[in-house]
Design a protein around this ligand. Sequence first.
Ligand code: ATP
Ligand code: MG
Length: 556
Amino acid sequence: MRMSDETKPSHFIREKIDADLAEGRYPGVITRFPPEPNGYLHIGHAKSICLNFGLAQEYQGRCNLRFDDTNPVKEDQEYVDSIQEDVRWLGFDWENEPLFASDYFEQMYGFAVELIEKGLAYVCTLSPEEFKEYRGVPTRPGTPSPHRDRPVEENLDLFQRMRAGEFEDGTYVLRAKIDMSSPNLHMRDPAIYRIRHASHHRTGDAWCLYPIYDFAHCLEDALEQISHSLCTLEFEVHRPLYNWILEQVSVPRPLPEQTEFARLNLTYTVMSKRKLLQLVQEEKVRGWDDPRMPTLSGMRRRGYPPAAIRKFCDKVGITKFNSLTEFELLEFCVREELNRVAQRRMAVLDPLKVVITNYPEGEEEFFEAQNNPENEADGTRQVPFSREIWIDRADFMEEAPKKFFRLAPGREVRLRSACYITCNEVIKNEAGEVVELQCSWDPESRGGGTPDGRRVKGTLHWVSARHALPAEVRLYDRLFLEAQPDQVEGKEFTECLNPDSAQIVNAFVEPALDGFAAGSPLQFERTGYFTTDPDSAPGALVFNRTATLRDSWKKK
Ligand code: ATP
Ligand code: MG
């Protein structure tokens, strides 16, 4: 039974599952998330994770985390570890140990032998070029391989010798014997096993023969008794092969059914692991978890809350049509979540000194500030105040227009959570640059109001100079300048990188930011959403900007 969640829109896969269960096709819902451990997970994978694990939760079924590790050359334990960390971070878990396709290699080999014995597979020695030529084009039947009618005994012998390591890579393949005249090229006797003398990250040198994805994947699903095998649209043309293989071999019944949905594409982003690996290897970014990467580890480091990513995946929905989602939608979900949960603090990113001339030297006092106006339970903190403070340079203008409600000569503003100050004098250096403002405060305005009910329009954030902590703040922008970086004519996607995607500034932050856990959400008042970077250390604080407060990209 479905635990219906009224807040989530329904979609064709839910409807299909409801119908399948009503007909009694499956005893329950078992899905799987099957990453190949050849890279870190990205936001596209999040869509698949939310769908597969989400459906399992809804229908009180199960979702297996299964590593599709059938290609020994590109896979690595580092990826196996990062994938588990990322799935958990996103908020999902699996019941048992993660599963590995490589654990089924012996069984898969057995199913291949079963096909040979039934006269449904044969060993072929056509070269890759000949293979392609014989296969032909969809509009005309292909040419049968000269080895298509090799006797069963000979096939069994050759296949066993392929396993024993007698032959070089690329010399022999095992092919399913299906239909050389099918309009679907995947059904024209596809290769199902190839020779690869390569060490595997889990099975070591036990095998030099590896199953091809199309053969392995359906068997993995069937062996795990998956009910609904959900994959992206490009696998639609592979579905007849998926079904053919399972129907021929003695795997448990009922057989799983494959259903396809549209993959997630996001503007200003590349989403293939191969391209992301290229960015890492060519050092265009600082690693897989660079906060500008569309990887889950990058987004975690940047401060995107997992709840925002789940919400985003719900909003994108599940359809049968490929489309392009705006990056702004993801940022909208991030801001919405952060506005609710982020702790407010003050930080000055472009400091300008303000001296409060009528405040006694050497004295200090503390003002109470709210941690999160959206959530009373987050409480308050004490913010130190003294004679010298930092404000942001952009909050002062010497020749200010009427509508500028911040600081200017002769004007009065409120310091957030503190008091009112008035600018009396502007100090400049020899180059004529403003280096200091001399202001006076009204002690009566402590806490934010005055007995005479005087009102000021502007409120500035600030940090007491004596108490401030220096911090490195990393301001991130889009990684690419083009909405579809891998589809610009005549340009490599790496030529579309935004040269200003990371800017580093030296800031002053309030002392309460010391020791703030990496990843926990913060709002620097009036400046943006931030989080502590894992590089941060006592005395050397580092923060990443998660997002600006509002969508400023469109105005550029
Ligand atoms: P990539 O093209 O980035 O290498 P992949 O499909 O080869 O991705 P896998 O590790 O095989 O990567 O993917 C695991 C699962 O995630 C698959 O079921 C795949 O369909 C799904 N997936 C991958 N990319 C997306 C995406 N952009 N949107 C939705 N699902 C995706
Ligand atoms: Mg894949």
